[in-house]
Design a protein around this ligand. Structure first.
Ligand SMILES: CSC[C@@H](O)[C@@H](O)C(=O)COP(=O)(O)O
Ligand SMILES: [Zn+2]
Length: 205
C-alpha cells in the first residue's frame, strides 16, 4: 500500500475514533505498514484533527529521514507489533475510559472475556462461549523496555488482536483498515460492557 493511501485511511479513522471519545487530549497514536516501510502519527497532535503533515514516514527498518518531525513517543511499540504479527498492517492505539479503568482494576496479566455475543466481532472468535483473552502489561515510560516485555510474552502466548497497557490504553491490530476498525469498536464495546458488569456484580464475579 502507498503511504498516501494509508495516511488518508488513518486521518479518517482518527476523526471517527476521536468522535467516540477514545483519544482525548492528544492521547493515542496510529500507524500502518506500507510498501516503503511504515507511516506513524507525529507526536503530540490531536488525533481527531490529523493531516498529511502530522504523519512520519519510516523505512522498513523503522528509521526516519533526519529532517522529519518527531514520531509518536510510542513508535517502538508499533514497530514491535508489526514484527511480532506479520499479518498486521495497521496498529491503532487508544485511551478510552473503559480500557484505562479495566486494565487497572484487573490485577492479573490478562482480561478474559466470555459470554458476550459481540466477541464474534473479533477475527477468529466464533462463539460467546469462547474466551477472548487480551494480555495486560504494566505501563512503563521506557517504551523500548515495554516493547521487549510484549515481545517476550508473545513467544509464549501469541498476541492475536491486541494488548492492554495498564492504566494507559489499548493497542489493536488488523490486516486492513476495515478489520482494525471493527476490532477496535468490538473491543471497546466489550470493555464498556465488562466495566458496567463489574460495577454491578463486583470484581470477584
Ligand atoms: C497525552 S498523554 C499520552 C501520551 O503520553 C501517549 O501515551 C500517547 O498515546 C500519545 O503520544 P504521542 O507521542 O502523541 O503519540
Ligand atoms: Zn498512549
Amino acid at each position: 500500500m502507498h503511504n498516501n493511501t494509508a495516511i488518508s485511511e488513518l486521518i479518517e479513522a482518527g476523526k471517527w475514533i476521536s468522535q467516540r471519545g477514545w483519544v482525548p487530549a492528544t492521547g493515542g497514536n496510529f500507524s500502518a505498514r506500507t510498501n516503503t516501510g511504515f507511516v506513524v502519527t507525529a507526536s503530540g497532535f490531536d488525533k481527531g484533527q490529523l493531516g498529511s503533515h502530522t504523519f512520519i514516514e519510516l523505512d522498513h527498518a523503522g528509521n526516519r529521514s533526519a529532517s522529519a518531525a518527531k514520531p509518536s513517543a510510542e513508535t517502538e511499540l508499533h514497530l514491535s507489533m508489526y514484527k511480532l504479527i506479520p499479518s498486521a498492517n495497521y496498529v491503532l492505539h487508544t485511551h478510552s475510559v473503559a480500557a484505562t479503568v479495566l486494565s487497572r482494576v484487573i490485577k492479573g496479566h490478562s482480561l478474559d472475556l466470555h459470554g458476550y455475543e459481540m466477541q464474534k466481532s473479533l477475527t477468529g472468535i466464533t462463539s460467546h462461549l469462547d474466551t477472548l483473552s487480551i494480555p495486560i502489561f504494566d505501563n512503563d515510560q521506557d517504551i523500548d523496555r515495554l516493547s521487549l516485555l510484549v515481545s517476550d510474552h508473545h513467544l509464549h502466548i501469541p498476541i492475536e488482536h491486541g494488548v492492554l497497557i495498564r492504566g494507559h490504553g489499548l493497542y489493536v491490530v488488523g490486516r486492513t483498515i476495515g478489520e482494525v476498525r471493527r476490532q477496535l469498536e468490538g473491543l471497546e464495546f466489550l470493555f464498556a460492557c465488562e466495566l458496567e458488569r463489574l460495577k454491578l456484580v463486583g470484581l470477584e464475579s
